[in-house]
Design a protein. Sequence first.
Length: 418
Amino acid sequence: MNILRNARFRRLLIGETVSSFGDSAMFLSLAIWAKDLTGSNASAGLVFLFITVPGLFSPLFGYAVDKVNRKPLLMWMYGAMAVLVLSLLFVDSPDQLWIIYAVAFCHGVFFSTPARSALLKDLLPSADALQARSLLIATREGVRIVSPAAGAAIYVAWGGSFLALLDAATFLFAMALLAGIKLTESQPEAPTGEPFRSQVTAGFRHVRGMPLLLRLIGAMVGFMLIAGLLESAAFAAIEHGLGKSAAFFGVASSVQGAGSVLGGVVAGALVKRLGECRASGVGYALMATGMLLCISGEVGLFLAGVVLNGMGMPLLGVAVGTATQLYTPSRLQGRVHAVVGMTSGGVQSLSIAAGAALIGIIDYRVMYGLIVVAGFASAVSVLTRRPPTPEIVASLADEPQDTRPPARDTKEPVPEGA
């Protein structure tokens, strides 16, 4: 990939990959640790609650990201997380369970703060946005295949303290690589006297005023509102549909991860050729088809469906992420990325909760069927009467010729009568 010739991006990619490995390895192990200390499944489940709750405050985090220089902020965050995870060294009884929850919450804040996504606007020329997003997602999904199992194995073999030291080291490594990246950042906006609430919600107004982003995010929210049912339905499909034990879920997760890596690798080329709307439509269609195959009751078809589901999601992420990076001013990047994360993640959480409550009442095949309908409906929503592609908002890293609208196939046709 041409993007790998960019030394600054290589540093960022390596740092993100190492840090992501440490974090993904830690998440599952924190829940196991809480279970070991208390013997309670509820205590283990609360770890994931503390990780996800900070996402509700994403607009505030996005506002903060847009008001400061992103590189120093990100370095401070890496350093703070390295120190915070070391507090796990003091956990040796149920009385210190609160430390595990505090670390989980801080991890959630770290991942809900869109500093890294916002930094890409100033770091990369607009022409490299697609390749960068595609490679970042493919690498992240690849790490997620092995890191949870690796983290659990490390925890069992050497304990949580060793895992805490490893996670801290990954944060420090990422911070060191980021420190070596030289870039010119866009300057934070001077105070305007605009009410605080209005400044925080500026990302929502930007999305509402840009039909392409509104269509992409709206379709994703609609799909995620139903797709969370899969978290509960998948276990029922494995047990009742395939006649397998719950341990088969680990096999399915690895297969889905492999599909996600493949999807991430090809996403950039597809978005470049088809445009953001049509590429995301392909993603929804892949996931809907995959869910349909999972109802078959055949192991081979089930795994094929899992692969298609894994391939589809990166197409959505690359399409929405690239559109946000290209068509949003630098000093709105944090708030717009926060809109994407909070809206899609929020409705998915509601859907997961609904699935957990309904799985004992509704047949899992009905849940899969609802996801199929939602997937195809979202595909139709982005493929019909596609909005025009906006003008690219220039990056500080652009050469003069990069600021012109791209002469590529992502140019969506203006609908008749628009």
